[in-house]
Design a protein around this ligand. Structure first.
Ligand code: WTA
Length: 649
């Protein structure tokens, strides 16, 4: 069993790559950081040369406020770089995608690069036949099946802009995104399996379409159960692609052509359409997948994120495929048929890279170490985490029980907006330290600043910001809302500092520890969610007069929403009503957004101008000091709330 790390002789729980890892690693000399810092633009140009361009770019970086651009004038295609490139290199018979269905007795679907190229081409040709052109938006509402990857690849292949919506999101959530993006076509499925149950998907899709611009719906047959099909509008995927040619040339796209839109939560109730363009995204996703996970041809990469999140876009689909490795797509739940499923998948497919979220690790900790111990995990080389700060206990459990104290843990900090990882320790360089993400990726300039935008001292807490040249895969805007783009990311510190909305501190070596969001965004079980979105959903209930949602820490999920609900006159609080409110949240967002606690209250603390003081509610549910309440319009409400939440601050 190969060992890849050694403990630091002086510092407890610090680890470094050993010789075996350094030898295998793409980068093992820490000088790469200085070299890249001396000329980040030249660094990225060099990285860009590793992917295939139909036409080389004329200018590497344009540093314009709010309109930075990368590889300007270059022409390329994400799907060409994911598929054709490898087939042309004679690697067409290499495995590209391993699909693991949830039902344990159902066979795997394994697609080689040649197979995947043929599938993607057939769908791309069908999309063209349906009139989908470059720039058209296509909604994708699919479970974790190969067609999710195929659909995304088919879109970018012809220059259509995909907008993937998490399949556990509700019809309302899907409708909002289809409306905002103006999608003309939707690709969905009949259903899927989760925890042994058949989950219906098509009826939700149908419900979401009212009022949208969607003309055609392509339906993948996954479960084969009876579903409603609307003649003239709905088309079965398998029938549609049957007669199509198995090759569709990849459209040469401009580096700054829109590649996809992905909706994410900001501080308001309305999700924002994050826009990613082609060239910068391709380059940064390619190189971070390669360097972070040290991907070589023989790797089997297993990213557990759903395709509905940016992690699924970048490190289940584009990153591994651009690197020519095998990517594992698992349909179902980690506890089905038992708590050992993920470890069984690793053993079965000889997974070498496993990338998951701290919330998942904490769940496994709870389920007990007997589960991973039943399986042979010796194929693993690199472990990754993403989505929220990882606590020391979970880190050490992951390191010992899953990595056998042999594998580095790559704690990657990034966001939907950055498109690709930005802060992490590289496997051939290290160090790997629990709760510390690592250094900014070479060529990325990150700083910790105070509220005035001034750098804080080493070790002091502050706000994490990015400086120009901005990462190539940083978002180029918010769909249809340039004003909001400026205000959200450059409102605090101006156009020269991209504000991440994360708190952080940095040590002497430049290692960054992320302390968490500083705005009203929660990370609930690895899902990003705004408190305002949950408020919005709850206020749809006819008996709710006013509502405030804050987050509190949770041992497994990281954070959970807590709701304070004021009812309309005459309405009575009851357990029944609580259940109805939960259903309302399911309806408008999805079960991931369910509040952990709902408190029916008479009053919430407000400023004199009538603004709800969520800061105080947050302190109350967290048992933290509530601070000064003298400026409130209704300070007496705080005493009452203390009693209701059982405050022991
Ligand atoms: C948080 C997920 C600590 C952070 C890729 C960020 C992290 C938000 C880490 C983005 C990490 C992500 N350590 N916190 N390694 N990675 N975060 O858009 O608060 O779903 O701003 O993107 O997750 O969440 P998003």
């Amino acid at each position: 069993m190969t060992r890849w790390v050694v403990p630091d002789p002086k510092r407890e729980n610090w680890y470094w790559p050993n010789d075996a890892m350094r030898e295998r690693a793409w980068v093992s000399d820490p000088k790469i950081y200085e070299e890249a810092a001396a000329d980040p633009v030249a660094f990225w140009a060099k990285r860009a040369e590793e992917i295939v361009w139909f036409e080389k770019w004329k200018e590497t970086y344009i540093d314009e406020p709010y309109a930075y651009k990368w590889f300007v004038g270059g022409k390329l295609n994400l799907s060409y770089n994911s598929l054709d490139r490898h087939v042309e290199d004679g690697k067409g018979d290499k495995v590209a995608l391993i699909w693991e269905p949830e039902p344990p007795d159902e066979p795997n679907r394994i697609l080689t690069y040649k197979d995947l190229l043929a599938e993607v081409s057939r769908l791309a040709n069908a999309l063209k036949r349906l009139g989908i052109k470059k720039g058209d938006r296509v909604g994708i509402y699919l479970p974790m099946i190969p067609e999710a990857v195929i659909a995304m690849q088919a879109c970018v292949r012809i220059g259509a802009v995909h907008t993937v919506v998490f399949s556990a999101f509700s019809a309302e959530a899907l409708r909002d995104r289809l409306l905002d993006s103006g999608a003309r076509l939707l690709i969905t499925a009949d259903g899927y399996y989760r925890r042994g149950k058949l989950i219906d998907l098509k009826p939700q899709a149908d419900q979401a379409l009212a009022g949208t611009k969607v003309e055609k719906v392509i339906v993948v047959r996954r479960t084969g159960h009876q579903i409603p099909m609307h003649p003239g509008r709905d088309l079965w995927y398998h029938e549609l692609v049957k007669g199509e040619k198995d090759f569709c040339p990849a459209e040469p796209l401009d580096s700054e052509d829109l590649a996809f839109i992905l909706y994410t939560s900001g501080t308001t109730g309305k999700p924002k359409g994050v826009m990613h363009t082609t060239g910068g995204y391709a380059v940064q996703v390619y190189i971070t997948a390669k360097w972070d996970f040290n991907l070589h041809e023989d790797d089997v990469h297993f990213c557990t994120a759903d395709v509905g999140w940016i992690t699924g876009h970048s490190y289940l689909n584009y990153g591994p495929l651009m690197n020519g490795v095998a990517t594992v797509v698992y349909e179902g739940s980690p506890d089905y048929p038992d708590f050992g499923r993920m470890w069984q998948i690793i053993e079965k497919h000889k997974v070498t890279v496993y990338y998951t979220a701290p919330t998942a690790i904490r769940m496994h900790v709870k389920w007990g170490e007997e589960w991973p111990k039943k399986y042979d995990l010796s194929s693993l080389r690199v472990l990754g985490t993403v989505g929220e700060p990882i606590n020391e206990e979970a880190w050490l459990w992951y390191f010992k029980l899953i990595g056998g104290e042999r594998c580095p843990i790559i704690d990657t900090w990034w966001q939907t907006e950055t498109g690709a990882t930005c802060v992490e320790a590289l496997p051939g360089i290290g160090p790997f330290i629990p709760t510390v993400a690592g250094r900014p990726f070479p060529g990325i300039r990150a700083r910790i600043v105070d509220a005035g935008g001034q750098p804080v001292k080493t070790g002091e807490g502050g706000y994490l910001v990015l400086e120009p040249p901005f990462p190539p895969s940083l978002l180029r805007g918010l769909y249809g809302d340039p004003e909001k783009f400026r205000a959200t990311y450059f409102g605090e510190f101006g156009p020269r500092l991209y504000f991440t909305k994360d708190g952080a501190r940095m040590d002497e070596m430049g290692n960054i520890r992320i302390t968490g969001r500083v705005d009203d965004v929660m990370n609930v079980a690895g899902h990003r969610l705004a408190t305002a979105e949950v408020e919005d959903a709850l206020s749809q209930h006819p008996l709710v007069s006013e509502v405030a949602v804050v987050s509190r820490p949770d041992e497994v999920k990281g954070e959970v929403p807590v709701a304070f609900v004021l009812l309309k006159a005459g309405a009575q609080p009851s357990e029944e009503l609580k259940k109805e409110l939960i259903k309302t949240v399911d309806k408008y967002i999805g079960p991931t957004a369910r509040p952990a606690d709902i408190y029916f209250v008479e009053d919430v603390p407000k400023t004199r101008s009538g603004k709800i003081m969520r800061r105080i509610l947050k302190a109350l549910v967290r048992g933290e000091p509530v601070g000064d309440i003298t400026t409130l319009r209704n300070p007496e409400s705080v005493e009452e709330l203390k009693r209701i939440v059982g405050y022991k601050g």
